[in-house]
Ligand binder design. Structure first.
Ligand code: MN
Length: 204
């Protein structure tokens, strides 16, 4: 079931357990230019909560509390972008985090296909539609198609994470993955501060 929250924040008292899948939809992919429109969340129970943000204020105390709650792991796919968006617009450092794209790159070295669609197809047996990916997320009201698309981006991340965790353990890369996840908030800050296209670890 999809819960569409038009009011700009999560309702009081809503719990997502120890790990919440998170994604966001924005006006575009450019940090600093493009607004953050929607944040999607799921506890991995088949329900998705879509928070359409009030873009004049970004006043969303319950959402911000969840993103910074040290007891709740935030599971992303390519969290680098969402975490930078949250830092810029919501002024929060999202932590602790897990990124299924990084985990996939470290575990699935037999392929270079690490998009959410590819990962979900192989690890969760789900065929995601990307038809609404480039729609207008700044609209006053999200269409049923947009809501379904936004929800689908968080519904399977728990399952994907479980599979990837098993693969990481098998390949002896659990700790390396954790170190990468721990670096993500700093990577996002670098992106916002002007190092977006620079590999800070590269020789030149
Ligand atoms: Mn998405």
């Amino acid at each position: 079931m999809t819960h569409y929250l038009h009011r700009g924040d999560l309702p009081d008292g809503l719990s997502f357990g120890s790990a919440v899948a998170v994604d966001s939809e924005t006006m575009g992919l450019r940090l600093g230019r493009d607004g953050l429109c929607v944040v999607q969340l799921s506890a991995g129970d088949g329900d998705a909560h879509l928070v359409q943000l009030e873009r004049n204020t970004y006043d969303a105390p319950n959402l911000k509390a969840l993103l910074t709650d040290p007891k709740v792991l935030k599971i992303f796919h390519f969290g680098r972008f969402d975490i930078a968006m949250f830092l810029h617009h919501l002024d929060v450092v999202t932590t602790p985090v897990y990124c299924t794209k990084i985990a996939s790159k470290l575990a699935r070295t037999y392929t270079d296909r690490h998009g959410l669609k590819d990962v979900c197809r192989e690890l969760a047996g789900i065929d995601l539609s990307k038809a609404q990916q480039s729609s207008d997320w700044g609209a006053d009201t999200l269409s049923p198609e947009q809501q379904a698309y936004a929800a689908s981006d968080v519904l399977y991340l728990h399952v994907v994470r479980e599979r990837l965790d098993a693969m990481l353990a098998r390949e002896g890369r659990t700790e390396l993955a954790q170190a990468c996840f721990d670096f993500l908030p700093a990577r996002a800050e670098l992106d916002l501060a002007g190092w977006e296209d620079i590999d800070i670890f590269a020789h030149s």
